[in-house]
Design a protein around this ligand. Structure first.
Ligand code: INS
Ligand code: FE2
Ligand code: FE2
Length: 314
């Protein structure tokens, strides 16, 4: 199968060089971590809105306890069977019909309980990410739209979707049907997950074969997989790299820590370049500074029209 990947044009004032990171089996090294931080176009802030470093799950803060409780519940309940059932139920896309922008507005109501870096309504996060990436990659309009929609799957929290609990919608994701990797946030809570004691699921490969490709992997159920299903099921014309970003942006153990390389194939490594670009904006654009929605709305409406039908099935 040939997959068309948009060419990664490294913008001039952007010295992020992801080429070295591809096809490496080992964990992301210190140097690579530095590379991820270094960027002339986008200034990576030292601290989040609470004055702490980003994604510090151990740091005492007003959100630490609730975030940890979130992951405890998430890690106990996300099993291979659970994820498969949810996917079967939601991939029918028979719950409702609405436009992308309507969905963005629905997210005004929700704050993500898994996030140590942000307690703003989700629509702010979508616009902050999209506007930040648009500034540095002005010509990649598909990437602006990907940023705008990447978290729309959080609409599963909405009463119209059965009011799903936060643990089955948000937070980092991880493969099921094989051993849980130590790089996953609050890994200790997997001890209470029934799959952890199941010999079918608790080995390195579990139900998978070496380098089978992430497309074959059942990830913990949540907003990533759901929005991927929605985008694909509504025949978006966004490129495969956009779908990969949407589907795996919460898979930090893979894209940040370099875990689960044994499940990835060559295409995954190609796509990962773009996910690395995207992640910087997804994570570090989180702030208390709000974007003027009315001002930017016409631009995003034009992108939605280019890549999606007017009404989508959800
Ligand atoms: O708390 C955050 C949030 O839920 C994001 O939307 C998700 O993509 C991240 O992976 C997660 O850690
Ligand atoms: Fe997300
Ligand atoms: Fe996000």
């Amino acid at each position: 199968m040939t997959v068309i990947v948009p060419e990664l044009v490294v913008v001039e004032n952007n010295n992020l060089d992801h080429k070295e990171e591809i096809n490496k089996e080992e964990e992301v090294t210190k140097e690579e971590q530095q590379d991820l931080k270094r960027d002339g176009g986008f200034e990576v802030p030292e601290s989040n809105a609470f004055g702490h470093s980003f994604r510090d799950y151990e740091k005492e803060s007003e959100r630490k306890e609730s975030v940890e409780e979130f992951y405890r519940t998430n890690h106990i309940n996300q099993t291979y069977e659970f994820a498969i059932k949810k996917k079967e139920y939601y991939e029918k896309l028979d719950k409702t019909e609405m436009s992308i922008w309507e969905c963005c507005e629905l997210l005004n109501e929700f704050v993500d309980e898994s996030d140590p870096d942000l307690d703003e309504p989700q629509i702010e996060h979508l616009l902050q990410t999209a506007e930040a990436i648009r500034r540095d990659y002005p010509n990649e309009d598909w990437l602006h739209l990907t940023a705008l929609i990447h978290d729309l799957g959080k609409v599963l929290l909405h009463p119209a979707f059965g009011h799903q609990p936060q643990w089955s919608v948000v937070g980092d994701t991880f493969p099921l049907g094989c051993a849980f990797d130590e790089n996953i946030v609050h890994h200790q809570y997997f001890k209470e997950n029934p799959d952890n004691d199941n010999p079918l699921y608790n080995t390195k490969l579990g139900v998978y074969t070496e380098n089978c490709g992430l497309d074959k992997v059942t990830m913990s159920w949540g907003h990533d997989e759901y929005m991927y299903l929605v985008s694909k099921g509504n025949n978006t014309t966004l490129p495969p790299a956009a779908l990969f970003i949407i589907r795996f942006h919460s898979f930090y153990a893979m894209h940040r820590s370099g875990a689960y390389r044994h499940l990835m194939n060559d295409e995954d490594h190609e796509m990962l370049k773009w996910l690395h670009v995207f992640n910087k904006y997804d994570l570090y654009s989180k702030s208390k500074v709000r974007v003027n929605q009315e001002e930017v709305k016409p631009y995003y409406l034009s992108l939605i029209e280019k890549y999606f039908p007017a009404k989508l099935k959800w």
